[in-house]
Design a protein around this ligand. Structure first.
Ligand code: CO
Length: 140
C-alpha cells in the first residue's frame, strides 16, 4: 500500500548553488547531504512538512540524472511514493502494464529500498517506490 509521498526529486547542476537558494528563498533548512553511488548522484535533503525535497546533482554526465539535465535542464526529476510493500507494489504496477526500470528494489539514500517505474508508462513522470529497510531509520 502507498502510505505517503516520501519526497520529490529535483535535478540540479550544482548542490553548492541550489542548496543556498532553497535556504534563502524558501527558508528551508538543509537536513544533510549524501552521495548515492548506485544512482551516481549527490543529494541534499530538505523537509517541507513531512515531504522531503531531494536535490540531485549528477556525479557523471552519463548517469540518469546527468542525461536528464542535458536533455531537459533543471527541474522536477521524480516523485517518490512510500510503500509498506515494495515487492508487492512492483508486482501490481507490472500487472497493470507499467514498464519497470528495476524488477527488484535496491539500496537508495537513507537506507531505503527503492525501485523506479518508467516515465513512458506513467504519463511522463518518473516514479520511485521506496520502503524502509528493516532497522533503517530513514532519517536524513
Ligand atoms: Co528519490
Amino acid at each position: 500500500m502507498i502510505t505517503a509521498i516520501d519526497h520529490l526529486g529535483i535535478a540540479v547542476r550544482s548542490l553548492d548553488e541550489a542548496v543556498p537558494l532553497y535556504e534563502s528563498a524558501l527558508g528551508l533548512k538543509c537536513l544533510g547531504r549524501e552521495e548515492v553511488p548506485s544512482q551516481q548522484v549527490r543529494t541534499a535533503f530538505f523537509d517541507a512538512g513531512g515531504v522531503h525535497l531531494e536535490l540531485l546533482e549528477p556525479t557523471s554526465p552519463d548517469s540518469a540524472v546527468g542525461r536528464f539535465l542535458s536533455e531537459r535542464g533543471e527541474g522536477i526529476h521524480h516523485v517518490a511514493f512510500r510503500t509498506d510493500d515494495i515487492a508487492g507494489q512492483l508486482q501490481q504496477a507490472a500487472a497493470a502494464g507499467v514498464r519497470l526500470i528495476h524488477e527488484k528494489p535496491f539500496a537508495g539514500a537513507a537506507g531505503k529500498q527503492v525501485a523506479f517505474l518508467h516515465p513512458k508508462s506513467t504519463r511522463g513522470v518518473l516514479t520511485e517506490l521506496c520502503a524502509l529497510q528493516p532497522g533503517a531509520t530513514g532519517a536524513h
